[in-house]
Design a protein around this ligand. Structure first.
Ligand SMILES: NC(=O)c1ccc[n+]([C@@H]2O[C@H](COP(=O)([O-])OP(=O)(O)OC[C@H]3O[C@@H](n4cnc5c(N)ncnc54)[C@H](O)[C@@H]3O)[C@@H](O)[C@H]2O)c1
Length: 257
């Protein structure tokens, strides 16, 4: 049996219009999954087209995954395929690298809503389907900021620690029902995240740029999005059938320092 085979499975990947999510969707589609490319950007259409042109199965769903109505419709549509459901909670935004004193309400709310509430909404929505199917797997994309305090600002760090907690609780609560939930904690990855959510002009110059320098010095190197896709697909696959509740750094060794 090839336990890295995803034929007959339908995998929802949030934020799959770009970066880590896109690379994960391409890899899962090559391994036989029907992938649901969920993104707020219409890049989702291009990724879905890339996959279908190559002979894979993909459906683009454009919407804000922090909106419960969008999440419920997305999960219902994915469940309608009849495939075994899997979920990659990947969509995320950066903050402005500011500590609590300099974090405005909007940055805090947006970070928590997209990086933590959305994974909760999606997890809650897929669980009944996974229970009914007798199991399933969820992979959450955290960050080095799920483990340490010096990798981003207060809002992003709190949201990424939060999603680590959601991961462990989901793993522990539903493990006996053959539902697994794990988290990967990337270091620096070459994607569009800085361009889309924290451009140089948005970062608070007093706190942001000063904080960025040690972060980039301490990260060992920038990974490619493809280097994250492999570990995500492994955790999602039956090859990881007894791996549950793990926080896996994928950072070239940064967390070991
Ligand atoms: N790039 C890094 O260095 C790095 C490091 C650690 C963790 N991460 C995490 O990896 C994940 C993926 O980020 P990436 O680096 O690939 O960034 P990216 O910006 O290239 O991709 C993120 C995608 O999420 C989408 N998105 C944002 N808000 C959304 C919303 N409300 N609804 C639907 N889609 C939404 C964006 O449109 C984008 O396509 C994030 O959770 C991020 O926090 C990234």
């Amino acid at each position: 049996m090839n336990n890295m085979d995803f034929a007959g499975q339908t995998i929802i990947i949030t934020g799959a219009g770009s970066g880590i999510g896109r690379a994960t969707a391409l890899l899962l589609a090559r391994r036989g999954a029907h992938v649901f490319i969920a993104d707020i950007s219409d890049n989702a259409d291009q990724v879905a087209e890339e996959i279908t042109t190559a002979g894979g199965q993909a459906t683009a769903v454009i919407g804000d995954i922090s909106d419960r109505a969008v999440v419920d419709a997305l999960v219902a549509q994915a469940a309608d395929t009849g495939g075994r459901l899997g979920l990659v909670n990947n969509a995320g935004i950066m903050d402005r690298f500011a500590g609590a004193a300099d974090t405005d309400d909007e940055t805090w709310e947006r970070c928590l809503r997209i990086n933590l509430t959305a994974p909760f909404l999606l997890t809650r929505a897929v669980l009944p389907h996974m229970r009914q199917a007798g199991g399933g797997a969820i992979v959450n994309v955290g960050s080095a900021a799920s483990l340490r305090g010096a990798a981003a600002g207060a809002a992003y760090t709190a949201s990424k620690h939060g999603v680590a907690g959601l991961t462990k609780n989901t793993a522990y609560t539903y493990g006996r029902e053959n539902i697994r939930c794990n988290l990967i904690a990337p270091g620096g990855v070459e994607t569009n995240i800085m361009a889309t959510s924290a451009t140089e002009t948005q970062i608070d110059p007093a706190h942001g740029l000063a904080a960025l320098t040690p972060i980039h010095q301490s990260a060992l190197r920038q990974a490619s999005a493809e280097e994250l896709a492999g570990p995500i697909v492994f955790l999602l696959s039956d090859a990881a059938s007894d791996v549950n509740g793990v926080i896996l750094p994928v950072d070239g060794g940064w967390a070991a320092g």
